[in-house]
Design a protein around this ligand. Sequence first.
Ligand SMILES: Nc1ncnc2c1ncn2[C@@H]1O[C@H](COP(=O)(O)OP(=O)(O)OP(=O)(O)O)[C@@H](O)[C@H]1O
Ligand SMILES: [Mg+2]
Length: 234
Amino acid sequence: MPEPLLDVRAIDVYYGDFQALFGVSLCVDAGEVVAVIGANGAGKSTLLKSIAGLMAPRHGNILFDGAPIGAAPAFEVVARGVALVPEGRRLFPSLTVEENLKIGGQSRRPGPWTLERVYELFPVLAERRHLPSTSLSGGQQQMAAIGRALMSNPQLLLCDEISLGLAPIIVRDIYARLPAIVAEGLSLIIVEQDIAQALKASSQVYCLQEGRIALHGSARELTRERISAAYFGV
Ligand SMILES: Nc1ncnc2c1ncn2[C@@H]1O[C@H](COP(=O)(O)OP(=O)(O)OP(=O)(O)O)[C@@H](O)[C@H]1O
Ligand SMILES: [Mg+2]
């Protein structure tokens, strides 16, 4: 068995005295798409922020490509090949689309993703490259946030609720681009509240409930009923 690309081992994560994650474990293989689902406040963003080096687990380990990254600062985790598409997109409002993308490329690793490749993936961004990021629609902002993360040439892309607040047709459009990203050899973790979308896009599904993994299995084997039960804790 090859080692997983990402191996999260029983992490406990706190905000001050408040414990947000309890012994959470999760594995991602190279080239795999893993979905993390759960209700509001379940700890999904905390898990992604921990993997991205924005929060340090108090207990447990995070191994990436065989090396521990749990205590590494975010810039070092990016340099190792992990990029986060944060919840709420967080583009720089005073910068143009292209300037936002270039910021993602500041700590570029070698790899396939360039401005040109990002524009190929999301042609609408090329049309709007010199406009302020605030002029983009919600879906276009999401594309820019994904593009910015790709510009660092990650091996693992962490996507936090990329469909949040977007119309279904736009969500479909964005999800339709993910296979092209995986085809470049990337692995993905997608945090998603839409169970059907998560099952469709991933091979493994983890359900978080109140900071704990309540259910884990392959997307083919899990039923929506079992996931709903883990999701809502019924
Ligand atoms: N900065 C913070 N300080 C204190 N507690 C926090 C902070 N951020 C999140 N929490 C708490 O940690 C828990 C997990 O939050 P988290 O944002 O990871 O959940 P989530 O699953 O991403 O939720 P959502 O679907 O709303 O984005 C929640 O109880 C939340 O209130
Ligand atoms: Mg969240």
